[in-house]
Ligand binder design. Structure first.
Ligand SMILES: Nc1nc2c(ncn2[C@@H]2O[C@H](COP(=O)(O)OP(=O)(O)OP(=O)(O)O)[C@@H](O)[C@H]2O)c(=O)[nH]1
Ligand SMILES: [Mg+2]
Length: 206
């Protein structure tokens, strides 16, 4: 059993990443991605979402209480839990979720949104006190990068993120580039997102 926590600033896509994972498992898409295998969703809980503007046509939500997905690897029968607390530290109840998850999750994924300045997203992590020595980093919203050479752009911010965590004596085990919103044009980045969550669960079993 591996507890994985997705942490990151507000609206970087933590909840969407979890929903995408549920979709991949339920539609058996998880079986056919690189390094994939058959899994089953045991339980998922997205009840901690609050609708921001009930009158708007697109009901954008914000996480108040941590989201949770429990899934099973069908071949080994091992269960794993993915947690995604909210990112709005200004609300005490949300901050409590962040602290709780940072303490119970053995593996942490620091999630960043590629379409916003990276420096302002570091502030979130300055407040997180409990961190494992090694973490994973996810650059989400790959589809929203506006520069021509997306990979070059990401290599640049990857270096900044690496510096940021190295200064805190935290090693980044792996960087992932993802798109959490299902998008035909970015299928391989949707796959990367699902692969990230499965891989972290599977490789940390022992
Ligand atoms: N285009 C695009 N939109 C995304 C992606 N990931 C998330 N979004 C959108 O970004 C918005 C915020 O996503 P959430 O998943 O709620 O973000 P969050 O990090 O869980 O937010 P909090 O929990 O409130 O901090 C939603 O409108 C999503 O549809 C992505 O990869 N690409
Ligand atoms: Mg959320």
């Amino acid at each position: 059993m591996v507890n994985i926590g997705l942490l990151g600033a507000v609206s970087v896509g933590k909840t969407t990443l979890l929903r995408l994972f549920v979709l991949y498992v339920k539609k058996n898409k998880i079986d056919s991605i690189d390094g994939g295998k058959s899994c089953t969703v045991i339980k998922h809980d997205f009840s901690g979402e609050a609708v921001l503007n009930p009158d708007a046509s697109d009901k954008e939500t914000k996480t108040i209480h941590p989201n949770r997905v429990i899934f099973k690897e069908d071949d080994t029968g091992k269960n794993h839990t993915l947690f995604a607390p909210g990112g709005d530290r200004s609300r005490a109840v949300v901050r409590m979720g962040i602290i709780t998850i940072s303490r119970i999750a053995k593996q942490i994924v620091a999630v960043f949104a590629c379409d916003r300045p990276i420096e302002e997203q570091f502030e979130f992590f300055n407040d997180v006190r409990y961190f494992p020595k090694e973490i994973y980093v996810c650059f989400n919203k790959f589809d929203l990068i506006e520069v021509e050479d997306k990979d070059a752009y990401l290599n640049e911010i990857q270096e900044k993120v690496n510096d940021f965590f190295t200064k805190r004596k935290i090693i980044v085990r792996e960087f992932y580039r993802t798109c959490a919103e299902t998008n035909e044009e970015y299928t391989s980045y949707n796959d990367n997102a699902a692969k990230m969550m499965l891989q972290i669960a599977v490789e940390n079993l022992n």
